[in-house]
Write a protein that binds this ligand. Structure first.
Ligand code: PBG
Length: 311
């Protein structure tokens, strides 16, 4: 069967890297591919914070329109950027093998460290999770919002906006900026966002089942999938878009799946972090279980407070 899989992607450098990565996996499995570039609202609105335009689907709506009418077969996303609840007509069919999940500090000054209190430190980030985590563990550190793609952020840093950027290792690595990493942050403090480090493949449920199966065979990493399904179930119960400082990281050991996660108040004062573990084959239940426990442990109040502030 000679069928050309049409891969839809945004045009940013990171999105393109991810699309080529998926294209590579498909080609290695003997499939033909074609990349289709798609512009999204999230790419156009660069001067407003995502928390303000609303996180739901700003990077995904246009891709879903094209999935729906068959102009593309799959859409490739950073798993982290995918809202926890998809419309009925769509599904995530595969997750690529996860990259190192840590956050990192990127700077021209390799001596920079969050724990040094000698001189004032300004960190550029636009993630509420990272800002709140900094406030919690490093209250002496100042933060400044910085938007745009990695290249733009680095330019703003070099122009003096901040001393360092707080970013996901995955994106930094994919863009080839490893040599500017000043500090790899600990997973005890900076528990990553749900899905960080993996690439997700979305399709319409109407996609031809044979093609769907081949794509899964070629691209899906089952251990990563179990992790991501648990983390995403956690996020779904908390209804956290990317504007809410929740975090979760699953790990697999044999048949056991562990999930470590929580929520942090915007001012960083309250941080709830719990762990649960269970069967690798039922990741969604584990995510829901963690969510119930976090909500009961005070997460509910933190979440309500955050929603009042953000919306
Ligand atoms: N929020 C934007 C975003 N979406 C995915 C990545 C990096 C790649 C990944 O985590 O998979 C980034 C940049 C960052 O958070 O530093």
């Amino acid at each position: 069967m000679s069928y050309k899989v049409k891969i839809g992607t945004r045009g940013s450098k990171l999105a393109l890297w991810q699309a080529y990565h998926v294209e590579d996996l498909l080609q290695q499995a003997g499939m033909e591919t074609e990349i289709v570039l798609i512009d999204t609202k999230g790419d156009q609105v660069l001067d407003v914070s995502i928390a303000k335009i609303g996180s739901k689907g700003v990077f995904t709506q246009e891709l879903e329109d094209q999935l729906m009418d068959g102009r593309i077969d799959i859409a490739v996303h950073s798993a982290k950027d995918m809202q926890s609840r998809l419309d009925e007509a769509f599904e995530l069919i595969a997750f690529t093998e996860r990259e190192q999940v840590n956050d990192v500090l990127l700077s021209n000054d390799k001596e920079i460290s969050l724990s040094s209190t000698e001189k004032p430190l300004v960190i550029g980030t636009s993630s509420t999770r990272r800002v709140a985590t900094l406030k919690h563990f490093y209250p002496h550190v100042k933060t400044v919002e910085v938007r745009g793609n990695l290249q733009t952020r680095i330019r703003k840093m070099e122009e003096g906006l901040c001393d360092a950027l707080l970013l996901a290792f995955a994106g930094v690595h994919r863009m080839g900026y490893d040599d500017q990493i000043a500090q790899l942050l600990s997973l005890e403090e900076f528990i990553p966002a749900v899905g960080q480090g993996s690439v997700a493949i979305e399709s319409a449920k109407s996609l031809n089942p044979e093609i769907r199966e081949k794509i899964i065979q070629a691209c899906n990493h089952s251990e990563t999938e179990a992790q991501l399904r648990a983390e995403r179930a956690y996020l779904r119960v908390l209804e956290g878009g990317c504007s809410i400082p929740v975090f979760a990281l699953a790990s697999v050991s044999g048949e056991k799946l562990s999930l470590d996660g929580g929520i942090i108040s915007l001012d960083g004062k309250q941080r709830i972090r719990l762990s649960v573990s269970g069967d690798k084959n039922d990741p969604e239940s584990l995510g829901e279980q963690l969510a119930e426990q976090v909500l009961q442990a005070g997460g509910k109040e933190i979440l309500e407070e955050i929603k009042k502030t953000i919306r």
